[in-house]
Design a protein around this ligand. Structure first.
Ligand code: NAD
Ligand code: GLY
Length: 387
């Protein structure tokens, strides 16, 4: 993976440009950025009005400083507060959000501001994409997962009863303000889940970053400002490079789905519930992707073991013991994989590896190899044994 996004480091911030021609934008990473939001936003506005969209938890913790920053920059603002949680990413809340935004007498020049985690970013971006046939929006992500993944790249949308993220569009934000200071209120489990997505960038294309994480995981997870900023900035730079090369996922962007085919099957089997956060499913999925690659003779077994060790030390799940006590079969997991939107021409898509930092897209997986691998992984999970 080539690192093509521009990264400019100053004393206080990292600025990464997502180079997409007329849809280009900056990601700014730093501590305490929320209070600077007004002056950073001002040059992007054609009229000094924004509508903030957030959730109840984030509103309680982080809305006041944003209101103050906008007021200081003489930007009028309305605010829509949605319930917290994945359940908000549905048609009912989307309709309610659109009506509430329209009530505030928006014009084409009104900007939406998504303040929150991936749920708020995804639904707000989608609403921005369809209101008045397209409003601008910016992302102020407040979870680690949103700062390193969902706020960047323009995938927006909601869930349907047929599955996750099945209704949406590509709509790039005009700016991403990743204030690592907002993560201080995040509960440790969500920090760990977001960390899985950080590790993903090392595993898919940047072995030196994985090496750095081996040294610095403790600091990142403890929210040490310097380490956290470095982890977020490197992750965003990696994502910016992939998105620049393949904005609409016709090729290389699929690499960002490392761990997701296995992870999606696990989430689906668990019923997309809080017992398994998305980042936790990705951690298990990445460990399985490395194990499967090793079993197919594609990657060294030592790399698979190193990945599992790293994720486990970070407090993340790495095997199928979560399914212990259930009657899950390999065929049931494969059926979930088939219902994923990553299926192409009826073929399952896997991101496999040749080692740490060397992921590739594979659509040639032999289903009997997959079935026996999953059956063994399930048996080990039932027995509570690691790989
Ligand atoms: P989330 O938005 O539900 O946030 C998790 C929880 O943390 C929520 O309860 C929220 O209220 C709370 N929270 C947010 N910021 C906080 C803070 N600073 N302090 C305390 N609590 C805070 O979930 P998430 O993990 O951020 O994102 C998951 C969503 O992102 C999923 O819907 C997933 O599909 C989506 N996603 C999208 C993309 C993309 O490219 N668009 C990529 C990955 C994931
Ligand atoms: N999170 C995967 C992507 O943005 O493509």
């Amino acid at each position: 993976m080539s690192v093509a996004g521009e990264l400019t480091t100053t004393a206080a911030t990292d600025r990464i440009n997502v180079d997409l021609g007329e849809r280009s934008y900056d990601i700014i990473v730093g501590d305490g950025l929320l209070v600077t939001a007004g002056r950073r936003l001002r040059p992007l506005l054609t009229q000094p009005r924004v509508v903030i969209v957030t959730d109840e938890t984030v509103a309680r913790l982080h809305l006041d400083p944003l209101h103050a920053a906008l007021a200081a920059a003489e930007i009028c603002h309305a605010t829509v507060v949605l319930p917290a949680g994945e359940g908000t990413k549905d048609f009912t809340h989307l309709a309610g959000l659109c009506e509430r935004v329209l009530e505030s007498e928006i014009e084409r020049g009104t900007m939406l501001v998504a303040l929150g985690g991936g749920v708020i970013g995804d639904i707000t971006g989608f609403a921005a994409g369809i209101l008045l046939r397209g409003l601008d929006f910016i992302q102020i992500p407040t979870t680690l997962l949103a700062q390193v993944d969902s706020s960047v790249g323009g995938k927006t949308g909601i869930n349907s009863r047929h599955g996750k993220n099945l209704v949406g569009l590509f709509h790039q934000p005009r700016l991403v303000l990743a204030d690592i200071g907002t993560l201080s209120t995040l509960d440790p489990r969500h920090v760990r889940a977001g960390y899985a997505e950080v590790v993903k960038y090392g595993l898919l294309g940047d072995p030196a970053f994985f090496g750095w994480l081996e040294e610095n995981a403790g600091k990142v997870l403890a929210l040490d400002a310097a380490a956290l900023r470095q982890a977020v900035a490197v992750s965003c730079r990696a994502k910016a490079a992939v998105v620049r090369a393949d904005e609409r996922e016709s090729g290389a962007r699929a690499l960002l789905n490392l761990g997701h085919t296995f992870g999606h099957a696990l989430e689906a089997e668990m019923g997309f519930c809080d017992a398994l956060l998305h980042g936790e499913a990705v951690a298990v999925g990445m460990a399985l992707a490395f194990d499967f690659s090793a079993r197919l003779g594609l990657a060294p077994a030592g790399d698979a073991a190193a990945v599992r060790r790293h994720l486990a030390r970070a407090g993340l799940p790495t095997d199928l013991s979560l399914l212990a006590g259930r009657t899950t079969s390999a065929d049931a997991l494969i059926a979930h994989m088939r219902s994923d939107k990553k299926v192409k021409d009826g073929r399952l898509t896997f991101i496999l590896v040749r080692g740490i930092g060397a992921a590739f897209v594979c659509r040639e997986v032999d289903e009997s190899d997959l079935r026996s691998f999953l059956a063994d992984a399930l048996a080990r999970g039932q027995a509570g044994r690691p790989a």
